[in-house]
Design a protein around this ligand. Structure first.
Ligand code: NAD
Length: 327
């Protein structure tokens, strides 16, 4: 298959591209085009540039003319490109609405015109808002609280509309929090690990009681590929199955793995509108597509910390390049 991957230089997109090129999902020798704007979050070092089945195009998913040139000839598109950091969306939401909503619409319009046979739109559990107990099914109402989550919810509705209106063969995935190598150090796990590796304290929002489900990025990407190959058009699939921890419990694990003690914790004022808890019911993808995560959090976190310890040149370059956020 010839697959267009948007946002393929970012954390999750690049993990997916590396897996495709190394045939992690089966023997098929897929050809991959990465379309990425290379914002502060994109990094070409995340990709095996020079791989003979990979073409890299630097460009914006809001650029309709570029998409009209690029999409014809691709059988599938997997759409990861987004502005992805909640804190940045609180500081300024315009880029989030532009890329996540307008960019998704521009991509899907081009996919219709180019008769792309199959599209997966990658979304997030954050579109549902916050849940105190239990978990969301795919039918739960969209009640996003942050500008990031609202822009992703908007993109999900655009995808639904392109299915209904234009008959585009698009499925949606909504995943919980990801962790793993190559994640930008603005996100909590690499932020805390790289702080600790540099001997700096870690900033915990509020009292640290907010709860998240953590899934290894490779499990997320394998599930996205399952949906690409066998998911039903117009359907939403939850990708969960990670372990649920409070932010304070997560911090304690990271301190432990980095050989630091709780004196490194600094409580900082809580994030505005901070969702207390996310939790996904992922029975649909398990029953329909046979998905099950392979990584345990204990092992996955230990290997992630080891990756950051072994690759300081990667995160030092990235960390000192990105414009700072509030925390
Ligand atoms: P990321 O910020 O690491 O990567 C985003 C990539 O998109 C970057 O390479 C960036 O350069 C590119 N990009 C941004 N704007 C663009 C534009 N206008 N045109 C082309 N490329 C553009 O994000 P990530 O963590 O890899 O997330 C990927 C997707 O997965 C996003 O859609 C996100 O909403 C979703 N998601 C992320 C998580 C998570 O925990 N990180 C969980 C669930 C869903």
């Amino acid at each position: 298959m010839r697959i267009l991957v948007t946002g393929g230089a970012g954390f999750i997109g690049s993990t997916y591209v590396r897996a495709l090129l190394s045939r992690a999902y089966g023997p098929a020798a897929h050809t991959v085009t990465v379309l990425d704007k290379l914002t502060y979050a994109g990094n070409r070092d995340n990709l095996p540039t020079g791989h003979r089945r990979l073409t890299f195009v630097r460009g914006d998913i809001c650029d309709a003319r570029l998409l009209a040139e690029l999409l014809p000839g691709h059988e599938a598109a997997v759409h990861f490109a987004a502005e992805s950091h909640v804190d940045r969306s609180i500081d300024g939401a315009a880029d989030f609405v532009r890329t996540n909503v307008l960019g998704t619409q521009t991509l899907l319009e081009a996919a219709v015109d180019a008769r792309v046979q199959r599209v997966v739109h990658v979304s997030t559990d954050e579109v549902y808002g916050s849940i105190t107990t239990g978990s969301w099914t795919e039918e739960a109402p969209l009640l996003p609280n942050s500008p990031y989550a609202a822009s992703k919810a908007g993109s999900d509705l655009i995808a639904r509309a392109y299915r209904r209106t234009h008959g585009l063969d698009v499925s949606l995935t909504r995943c919980s929090n990801n962790y793993g190598p190559h994640q930008h150090p603005e996100k909590v796990i690499p932020r805390f690990v790289t702080n600790l590796l540099e001997g700096e304290p870690v900033p915990v929002y509020g009292d640290g009681r907010h709860r998240r489900e953590w899934l290894h990025v490779e499990d997320h990407c394998r599930a996205v590929h399952l949906v690409l190959e066998r998911g039903r058009a117009g359907e939403v699939y939850h990708i969960g199955g990670g372990d649920e921890l409070s932010n304070l419990e997560l911090t304690e694990r990271l301190l432990d793995l980095c050989g630091a003690d709780p004196s490194m914790i600094r409580h900082v004022p809580d994030r505005k509108g901070h969702d207390l808890r996310y939790a996904l019911d992922d029975r649909k993808i398990r029953d329909e597509l046979g998905y099950a995560p392979r990584h345990t959090l204990a092992d996955g976190l230990a290997r992630t910390v080891a990756w950051y310890r072994d690759n300081p040149e990667w995160w030092k370059a990235v960390r000192h390049r990105a414009p700072a956020t509030g925390r």
